[in-house]
Design a protein around this ligand. Sequence first.
Ligand code: UDP
Length: 233
Amino acid sequence: MKLLIKLSGESLSERGGDGSFYAEPVLERIAEQIRALQSQGHQIALVIGGGNLFRGHKLTEKLSIERPTADYIGMLATVQNALILRDYFQTKGIATRVSSAIAMPQICESYIPKRALRHMEKGRIMIFAAGLGAPYFTTDSTAVQRALEMGADMLIMAKNGVDGLYTGDPKKNKRATFIKSITGSKVLEQNLKAADQSAIALAKEHGLTIKIVGVDMIKSALETKIGSVILPE
Ligand code: UDP
């Protein structure tokens, strides 16, 4: 299968750790999960977020800078994360390429869809950086767009600290219940926090299935007993 995995920036830093942006044990666990999934014979691409460093709207709230500027800074954060992941994977023997939606020829490839597909066919992990290259979007929307453009069979959203989709935030609300399977329309209707609404809407419109799993369950993401599934209809 061809799989697109969305990792949030926060999944690169240690939960409850010293607040540093990256934690080696976390990178190690992610690399192991990706290696194990790949060894099942799948082609894999990743979209990485930047929330461990910057989120555009938070920067705008904190500083008097315009939203587009803050968003570009957020996109640069995703490139930083992508480079860390690439080099970490490479040192672990996992062939990886980064492609950025904003051209930075000294640092990584620019996003050329056919080239990315070729890397995946050759068994390389493809990391998509800089989101969609445009402000007012998030890496959730990027993940859906790239999954569609790469012809992925499924989008796997790897979440930090939760094992799937709940009716509320299980860390804050003890009465939140686990949702095993739901349609995109219901997620939107009930305003569930699976991913950005625009990302869910895009997936639904184009028939993309989304699986939500904990970041430590990536390698088992295709098992039906693991995680939650959002069906297009
Ligand atoms: N961003 C953007 N356009 C995109 C993708 C990302 O403007 O296509 C910016 C936006 O400011 C966002 C930040 O990059 O807050 C980091 O991405 P995101 O918040 O999605 O990261 P995550 O929460 O997944 O770590």
